[in-house]
Design a protein around this ligand. Structure first.
Ligand SMILES: Cc1cc2nc3c(=O)[nH]c(=O)nc-3n(C[C@H](O)[C@H](O)[C@H](O)COP(=O)(O)OP(=O)(O)OC[C@H]3O[C@@H](n4cnc5c(N)ncnc54)[C@H](O)[C@@H]3O)c2cc1C
Length: 527
């Protein structure tokens, strides 16, 4: 790394801190290649931080995309073995209810078999014994090896391992604005450092675009017109408690509101699919919330009455293929573009795919980059287990609870009561969780832990963590209050479309605290 703070140097610059970018960072490090990973926001700011967290068995794609189904099956088995600390082996059920197409349900086990996916047929009574919340209108059920995966834990561990292996660096809040190009190569990326509000230049030998839905925009900065994406927004709802232990899929062609995923102590219901043009202003609508609940309740009636604490939306980049008009049948595979046809020899783009297939995507991109650098070391991520690190484990539900039971330290103040997060967890995050050394804010803590994820949606812990950060000297002026307001605004965005019943009372309390007591709504923009 150059000593000049506004010019950095590395072998490979990776743009985009989603699971794909972090996977590439670790893969390259295991081959002995130094990289710098940047994100315009922070880890998992894109689709990686706003998905179902389903580690697909492949079952969902057996009818629409058998190749993607097989990729999912292979990666599912591999990740369960190599990154078990990020995975809950919940198991999955595919269930058909009255009104669903019996012919489709009938052919499902054979389609799974063709893709090599284990599929056990269950009687409706057996399925309801496993999951009593299932509708009594169930007529067909199959069990598959679906699981759940925590993308935050995964991304943090990937970065952590890469920096441990060879000092590769992760830098949040750094946005590529343009590239300097000469003689068929990118020489440098000109970036804006949002934290220090200055321009920085990053020089590298190879440049990787892992920008997810933003990949087309990033490629265009390098005059590459060969990345063609369509955008499909998906909205997911989070319930107050865990409604089922298996991932439950509707046994029909993929549609809206047909997957319920257990996520630790909550359940996630989704997802819708709506074409959008704008990547920056996406949020859940009341109509999408209603649609998810209506469709989901046909499979699990309790979903109609459940308490929802939040909804969120993210965008899937769909690879544009001629003659394909449906978002649901668009390929869930990925694309690696080497941009040779665009006259560039040291730039590539990897986009599309799934959380489930991130490792494979990272392997393919790293094979290309390593080859271009003359590095012959083979990919090791399919055989090297992902090492654990306690500082990265606070995103896991129940980690804080287990810690509290184990230590019972009365001086270790609980800052987030919904998730039982103690102050020592935040100290540990600041000491060892990647990226937090750059920024010590409520938002940075929330991303690296369960803070703000419970029923109060940060109403209390936002105040407590903010106050604690002031006590520790991380904030000295009104900046902390502005960060508190931004944190609450962000949580409110996800709650405004699910405010009814008990959650409405919770919101009134939050408003009384944040506006009535703290007056955060009157805070001036400049602090
Ligand atoms: C609603 C929804 C549900 C899903 N559910 C599942 C699921 O259950 N299971 C599954 O396997 N897959 C699921 N997926 C797919 C999965 O989330 C994505 O395939 C995966 O997260 C993509 O990761 P990525 O790293 O490629 O992109 P992203 O996670 O989108 O990362 C791209 C990053 O690039 C950064 N960036 C953009 N522009 C710039 C710039 N100019 N400079 C610097 N950084 C920049 C962004 O901030 C972002 O963090 C779902 C997707 C959606 C949208």
């Amino acid at each position: 790394m150059s000593s000049d703070a506004t010019t950095l140097e590395t072998e490979v610059l990776i743009i985009g801190g989603g699971v794909t970018g972090t996977g590439i960072m670790r893969d390259l490090a295991l081959r002995g290649i130094h990289s710098l990973l940047i994100d315009k926001r922070d880890l998992c700011a894109g689709a990686s931080g706003g998905n179902h967290g389903l580690l697909h068995s492949g079952g969902r794609y057996v009818s629409t995309d058998p190749a993607a189904a097989m990729e999912c099956r292979q990666e599912n088995a591999l990740l369960k073995r190599l990154a078990p600390q990020c995975i809950e082996t919940a198991g999955g059920l595919f269930v058909a209810v009255e009104g669903d197409d019996p012919a489709f349900a009938e052919q499902f086990p054979a389609l799974c078999r063709n893709a090599g996916i284990d599929c056990e047929e269950l009687s409706p009574a057996e399925a309801r014994r496993l999951e009593p919340v299932l509708s009594d209108k169930l007529f067909k059920a199959c069990r598959v090896p679906d699981a759940t995966i925590d993308p935050f834990h995964l991304a943090l561990l990937n970065v952590d391992h890469a920096r441990l292996i060879n000092g590769s660096v992760y830098r949040p809040h750094t946005e590529v604005l343009r590239f300097e190009m000469a003689d068929g190569e990118i020489r440098a990326a000109i970036c804006h450092d949002h934290l220090h509000k200055r321009q920085i230049t990053i020089r590298a030998r190879q440049f990787v675009n892992a920008g997810g839905a933003w990949a087309m925009n990033i490629a265009r900065l390098a005059d590459c017109a060969d990345v063609r994406l369509l955008y499909a927004k998906g909205t997911i709802l989070v319930s107050n408690d865990r409604l089922a232990h298996h991932v439950i899929n509707r046994l029909r062609p993929p549609g809206d509101g047909d997957i319920l995923v257990p996520g630790g102590t909550v359940s996630l219901l989704g997802t819708t699919s709506t074409r959008v043009d704008d990547l920056e202003n996406v949020g859940p609508t009341a109509e999408e919330v209603d649609r998810n609940i209506r469709e989901g309740a046909a499979m699990i009636p309790a979903l109609a009455e459940a308490r929802y604490i939040r909804a969120f939306s993210r965008v899937r980049p769909l690879l544009q293929a001629a003659g394909n008009s449906s978002d649901r049948t668009a390929s869930r595979g990925f694309a690696l573009l080497d941009h040779a046809s665009q006259g560039l020899g040291n730039f590539c783009t990897i986009t599309g795919g799934k959380l489930t297939t991130f490792r494979l995507m990272a392997e393919k991109a790293s094979d290309l980059v390593a080859g271009r650098l003359g590095n012959r070391q083979a990919c090791l991520t399919a055989s090297e287990p992902l090492p654990d690190d306690e500082a990265c484990s606070w995103t896991e539900p129940a980690t804080a609870l287990k810690h509290w039971h184990r230590d019972r330290d009365a001086d270790d103040m609980i800052l987030c009561e919904c998730e039982m997060l103690p102050q020592s967890a935040i100290e540990q995050i600041f000491a060892g969780s990647p990226g937090s050394e750059q920024e010590r804010t409520i938002e940075a803590v929330a991303l690296r832990s369960r803070a703000g994820k419970g029923p109060c949606q940060g109403s209390f812990c936002g105040i407590r963590i903010g106050s604690w950060l002031y006590d520790q000297g991380h904030y000295r002026d009104a900046t902390g209050l502005a960060h508190m307001r931004d944190f609450f605004d962000e949580r409110f965005k996800g709650q405004r479309c699910v405010i009814w019943g008990q959650q409405a009372a919770q919101m009134e309390l939050a408003e009384a605290l944040h506006c009535g007591l703290l007056g955060l709504d009157t805070l001036k923009e400049d602090g």
